[in-house]
Design a protein around this ligand. Structure first.
Ligand code: ATP
Ligand code: MG
Length: 460
């Protein structure tokens, strides 16, 4: 939690007030309480609260009036209603006036705590998100590389230091973590920045072609060599040469590369003349090169030549704190590109992004946001605008595959509905608002379905 959350409890039953108050205080919350609606209104007019918990039935006012007043005087405060069993419909009605959630008596203090904590987390996320939007263009952007986590700050420092030198750099990291961006940053912050920056992906070409590309060839060196061609090492002279996917090169090329690194000289294929080159080398790979050396697939001497300064990029799951920073950065970029007015992410969408482990790292996040911007129909990105891997609802359909006997359609549908809703409620950890949104139904419908289908768990 970013600060001490402040809660106001309005309930005329002293015992209830005390129990909630004690539960919240034991978690470090700051709490005020009153038994009257009018006094409650005065309190949230004079002080600011993160959350107001109010009974629906009060001696002087009804909870809906308190809710309306709260939304008027303090729109950022979130309201939870306490309802008796018979008044659930009124509570559902109250959601329309902006209540965040309701809880039905009798409830356990754990339930209440969970609800308030989730709410505070929402508020923190919203605030954090607002700040991130402001900062994304500023100090968390180094040569187009976005990050504010400790790992990234460290990386920025290393990249700055190494940029000023001529050392060979080996960039390591999973796919999509930004290795190419780092290579760019090193070159464009180096004294060689006005000289050529030449790139090659070693995985993209078969061995012979790669060799010809790297070292060039003389006319007639092989069938098809109709004229002389300069190799990329030559083209990169005085500048930087970025060899991407270095882990993919064959043993033959490894030997040749080693020679260039040791002697700073190249021979064009079929040529007689040896050329001197002055090139700064940057390599990248998603492979664990050390392991490749142990396995004998990568030459140890070449490994040490390349691994002068290793720069390792953290995966996105190792820097969770950067997810929303990056997501907002991409949102702004793609909204402009696709000319859409999308202001941000809904809380539910944010929660899903923060929960996901991004095997494809930043690239996957970037693609997900672009898709969401293109698909999005509202001013906020919603859970259903995100890819299925992230919402993790795809396996619900396995229910159908697992069915064993043929049954009447109406029963099968009911069974499916029950399993599907239960699964979504599990996925959303009992968050009924999110579950209803993901299912595309109102909270009231969800509540009714839970009742009809006898889904007890978190049915509210
Ligand atoms: N820190 C970051 N800030 C902003 N954009 C990023 C960052 N990291 C990666 N990206 C973006 O993510 C995409 C993938 O980055 P990049 O191509 O550099 O990854 P990579 O590590 O080279 O991946 P691969 O191993 O698959 O080639 C690019 O569009 C890049 O602009
Ligand atoms: Mg790459």
């Amino acid at each position: 939690m970013l600060r001490t959350p402040k809660v106001l409890i309005i309930d005329d039953e002293p015992l209830m007030r005390m129990s909630i108050s004690d539960a919240l205080k034991s978690e470090g919350f700051s709490v005020k309480e009153t038994g009257l609606g009018k006094e409650g209104i005065t309190l949230f007019r004079d002080y600011s609260f993160d959350v107001v918990i109010t009974d629906l039935r009060l001696p002087d006012l009804d909870g809906i009036e308190v809710l309306k007043a709260c939304k008027r005087y303090s729109p950022d405060t979130m309201v939870i209603l306490i309802t008796a069993h018979g008044s659930v419909d009124t509570a559902v009605e109250a959601m329309k006036y902006g209540a965040y959630d309701y809880i039905t008596k009798p409830f356990s203090m754990d339930e209440m705590l969970l609800m308030v904590k989730r709410l505070i987390r929402y508020k923190d996320l919203e605030e954090e998100n607002f700040l991130l939007k402001e900062q994304v263009e500023g100090r968390y952007n180094f040569s187009g590389i976005i990050g504010q986590s400790e790992r990234m700050k460290e990386l920025f420092e290393n990249v700055k230091t190494v940029s000023h030198t001529d050392s060979t750099v080996l960039i390591l990291g999973e796919s999509g973590t930004g290795k190419e961006l780092v290579a760019n940053a090193i070159h464009y912050n180096s004294p060689r920045k006005n000289e050529p920056f030449v790139k090659i992906s070693c995985a993209a070409l078969p061995e012979t072609l790669l060799e010809a590309e790297l070292f060039g060839y003389e006319k007639g060196a092989f069938t098809g060599a109709v004229k002389q061609k300069k190799g990329r090492f030559e083209l990169a002279n005085k500048g930087t040469f970025f060899l991407d996917e270095i882990g993919e090169i064959s043993q033959t090329i490894q030997v040749k590369l080693l020679r260039v690194l040791q002697e700073k000289k190249i021979d064009r294929l079929g040529g007689t003349e040896t050329l001197s080159v002055d090139v700064r080398i940057i390599c990248a790979t998603q492979r664990d090169l050390k392991k490749e050396v142990q396995k004998g697939t990568f030459r140890e001497d070449l490994y040490y030549r390349l691994n002068v300064v290793p720069v390792t990029l953290p995966s996105l799951r190792e820097r969770q704190g950067d997810i929303m920073l990056l997501a907002n950065h991409f949102l702004k970029y793609f909204a402009e590109q696709h000319k859409k007015t999308i202001k941000g992410f809904s809380i539910e969408a944010m929660e899903l992004l923060l929960k996901y482990n991004f095997p494809g790292n930043v690239r996957e996040l970037e693609n997900a946001v672009e898709r969401a911007v293109v698909m999005g129909k509202t001013e906020e990105i919603q859970p259903w605008d995100l890819p299925e891997e992230i919402t993790n609802m795809g396996d619900c359909f396995k229910v159908i595959q697992n069915m064993q006997n043929y049954e009447h359609l109406s029963k099968a549908i009911k069974d499916f509905e029950r399993q599907y809703i239960t699964k979504v409620l599990e996925e959303t950890k009992g968050n009924k608002s999110l579950a209803a949104k993901l299912l595309g139904v109102s909270r009231k419908t969800l509540w009714e379905k839970c009742k009809i289908l006898e889904i007890v768990k978190d049915a509210g």
